[in-house]
Structure formats: structure tokens, C-alpha cells
Design a protein around this ligand. Structure first.
Ligand code: AMP
Length: 129
């Protein structure tokens, strides 16, 4: 069965898309640690980050870097934090999280956003790509 992220990539489940190319898809996390929390996912469905073939792993990091640089321009923050977990969704994804303080990288405190806020954030980030 397809992962929830494959369904998002295929448009079967809605998402707040930030960017896409042939191999990767970036969209806002629906339960964000902070405003602008973005997930970068390879379209190829692989469970664990370090099981990706090396070239795809390198390309994922390079694509994530581009998104992070756009996020830094769009969202006031100290820096963009990176985390890879995958305990909830077994399809590789890089969490890019705008950080103001250490707690923002911990998956404890969440931010509630309205649909229009998600839409604005996704647009603001993609505008800088
Ligand atoms: P983890 O697998 O532990 O790295 O966490 C999976 C992440 O995916 C969590 O931060 C969720 O909030 C996020 N997530 C799960 N379903 C969706 C969805 N439909 N749209 C956007 N983000 C999602």
C-alpha cells in the first residue's frame, strides 16, 4: 500500500505544496513545530534515510538546502533546523524547521495554524525559490 506521502505526491490527499521536481516534493507539515515547518520527500518510496541510494540521498540534501534557503528569506527565524525521524511515516522525509529557540526542534510543542495561514506560508516560501 502507498504511504500517505506517496498519496500526497500523487494528489490523492491535499497538501500545502512548497516545491516539486522530478524526484522530490516539499510541502508544509500539517502539525508544525513552528510556522513554516516543511517536509522534503523523495518521490521514490523508501522507508529509511540511509537506505536511499547515495546519489538520491545527495540530491535530497541538495534539494532540501534550496528549500531551507528560501525558508530563511520568507520566515523570520534564527536559522533552519534539520531533523530526520520517520517513526510516524515510513517514507523518507527531511523536516526543515524555522528555529527561534531550542524547543522548536523538539516535537513537543505544536503550533496551530488556519488553512489560510498554511497557504500564505507555502506561497511565501515558494516565492523565494
Ligand atoms: P515522523 O515520521 O516521526 O518524522 O513524522 C511524520 C511527520 O509527518 C509529522 O510531523 C506529521 O505532522 C507529518 N504529517 C503526517 N501526515 C501529514 C499530512 N497529511 N500532511 C502533512 N504532514 C503530515
Amino acid at each position: 500500500m502507498s504511504s500517505i506521502f506517496t498519496k500526497i505526491i500523487n494528489g490523492e490527499i491535499p497538501s500545502y505544496k512548497v516545491a516539486e521536481n522530478d524526484n522530490f516534493f516539499a510541502f508544509l507539515d500539517i502539525n508544525p513545530n513552528a510556522k513554516g515547518h516543511t517536509l522534503v520527500v523523495p518521490k521514490k518510496e523508501v522507508n529509511k534515510l540511509f537506505d536511499l541510494e547515495e546519489s538520491l540521498y545527495n540530491d535530497l540534501m541538495s534539494f532540501s538546502r534550496k528549500i531551507a534557503l528560501a525558508m530563511e528569506k520568507a520566515i523570520p527565524c534564527e536559522r533552519i533546523g534539520v531533523s530526520v525521524i520517520g517513526l510516524e511515516v515510513p517514507h523518507v522525509h527531511v523536516h526543515l524547521i524555522p528555529l527561534q529557540k531550542m524547543e522548536d526542534i523538539q516535537f513537543i510543542k505544536k503550533v496551530k495554524l488556519l488553512p489560510e495561514e498554511f497557504e500564505e506560508l507555502a506561497k511565501a516560501i515558494s516565492k523565494h525559490l
